[in-house]
Ligand binder design. Structure first.
Ligand SMILES: [Zn+2]
Length: 176
């Protein structure tokens, strides 16, 4: 994205990215802006051009430091905004390189592809699971298995995976 913020935008020219604002949101967003948006008291609209896509796209407004909520939340409501943001996040997560580790279902690793060099942003290469000596797992899980092995603990078999490790959903992450 270039040209991150523009203040004098013609509302008619604005593009609404429904992947962010939600399916069918264009008329709702535009109508709300026409009926309610007052640039002299409300935050400046944030827009951007998107590489490879025509037009000026609405990102939201610059409500940082104001008493206004995000534009998404203001036009719709908090629950809707949260659902939209979660979805956008999930899509972004799916587009990350690498595959999700089957043991922890949390970390990613980059599978070996013969003849293909690793890219700088690629996740780490996998470790071979000691549980079956054939399944690739993330390097953190590889370390975890090595530690369990050293302590003489039985290794959870692949059919018991994924282990309850992720701390990202508030379940608490088992110490690796
Ligand atoms: Zn893992």
């Amino acid at each position: 994205m270039e040209e991150p913020y523009t203040s004098n935008v013609r509302l008619d020219d604005l593009q609404v990215d429904e992947a962010f604002w939600g399916p069918g949101s264009t008329p709702i967003v535009k109508t709300w802006l026409k009926d309610n948006y007052n640039p002299s008291v409300m935050p400046t609209l944030a827009t951007a051009t998107i590489k490879g896509r025509e037009g000026l796209w609405l990102l939201g407004w610059r409500n940082e430091g104001t008493e206004y909520h995000s534009l998404l939340e203001t036009i719709f409501n908090r629950e809707y905004a949260q659902v939209q943001l979660d979805q956008v996040e999930a899509v972004a997560r799916d587009q990350k390189p690498g595959v999700v580790c089957p043991r922890c279902a949390f970390n990613r690793f980059m599978p070996y592809v013969p003849g293909q060099a690793r890219q700088p942003n690629d996740p780490a290469p996998p470790a071979l699971s000691r549980a079956d000596n054939k399944t690739h797992i993330c390097s953190e899980c590889g370390t975890d298995e090595a530690m369990m092995d050293m302590r003489g603990e039985p290794l959870p078999e692949p059919d018991e995976w994924p282990l309850i490790l992720p701390g990202s959903f508030g379940q608490g992450r088992r110490q690796l």
